[in-house]
Design a protein around this ligand. Sequence first.
Ligand SMILES: Cc1cc2nc3c(=O)[nH]c(=O)nc-3n(C[C@H](O)[C@H](O)[C@H](O)COP(=O)(O)OP(=O)(O)OC[C@H]3O[C@@H](n4cnc5c(N)ncnc54)[C@H](O)[C@@H]3O)c2cc1C
Length: 330
Amino acid sequence: MEPVVVVGAGIAGVACAAELVRAQVPVRVVDRGRRMGGRLASRRLADRPVDLGASYLTATQDGDFAKVVDRWRTRGLAFPWTDTFLALDAGADGGPSAEVKTGPVRWGATGGLRSLVEALAGTAGVTVEEGAVSSVTATTDGLDVDGAAAPAVVLAMPDEQAARLLGDGLTQHREQLTRPSEPILALAAWWASRTWDGVVAPGVFHGAFVNGDDDLSWIADDGRRRGDDAAVLVAHSTPALAAAHLEDPESAGPAMLAALQRLLRIEDEPAGTYVQRWSLARPTGERDDPYLLTESGLGVCGDGWGGPPKVETAWTSGRDLGRALAARLA
Ligand SMILES: Cc1cc2nc3c(=O)[nH]c(=O)nc-3n(C[C@H](O)[C@H](O)[C@H](O)COP(=O)(O)OP(=O)(O)OC[C@H]3O[C@@H](n4cnc5c(N)ncnc54)[C@H](O)[C@@H]3O)c2cc1C
């Protein structure tokens, strides 16, 4: 049998491929990025990995993903970071005010979140080829990916990216791939020393949801979530700011940095900054279906399928599609 082609090596694509490997179905995984991980993206800045995509993982208690996360914890790859953030109100007058918010345990990764996707692939024996797929079509014999025959093809990516790849014989499925995503810019900024602990609220700073600010929606302390206490912060823009700066993300840097310094009362200038663009950061709206799998063997999975758009949802969607395909093909 020709291999099933999985396009996209974010956590959904790798989870899907892992199930196929387990069922001894031949599989080829292709991603246009130089490294796997997709939106679980860590980049080396200030001599250490900084998470520029997802901020953390959460796992439903006693669920299947919690077991995977626990195995990463046992191997020293992931650790329970915190269950407590601040809610910062940007406050037009009198400066920002802070409220403590407790929620589920958020998990961080010592080597950056991308390392967890690499661990998932490594454990399952999944390898990833670098390459951008441009078209998937249906032929009389099955499916075809850029000229190569495949018994099934999985597009493990947001709807907009998947819909663009559908060619002859598959264009009717574009109607099922209409869930839009909103953009976010991530600003990483690093300093010589930490000055923000205990400043806006007593105790150690881990992160803050930002309310009522035109530019920022969230601030994460990358030193805390990495466990090395480095003086590195990552701030996420509002979708509106990102939409206005998608062509030139660096141009949003000064406004994002000014908001970050104002909110955390940081007077020093940073030693360095970096802006990452996510044109399709997070699916909007809802969809209950756990994945798409057509009679012709076209599969689509990722964080736009099933629960709220997050890492656990993407893993579950990929894993479940992999199982369904394995049951069909093995
Ligand atoms: C800024 C930001 C903050 C977030 N914060 C959190 C958080 O705190 N907690 C949380 O749980 N989730 C968070 N998320 C969401 C989380 O990152 C995603 O839910 C999850 O990573 C999605 O994984 P995926 O495999 O579905 O998609 P992706 O990770 O997007 O993977 C898709 C892959 O497909 C590849 N690809 C696309 N088109 C092609 C092509 N034509 N050819 C080859 N390869 C292709 C891409 O390169 C990519 O690697 C955040 C996301 C962003 C961007």
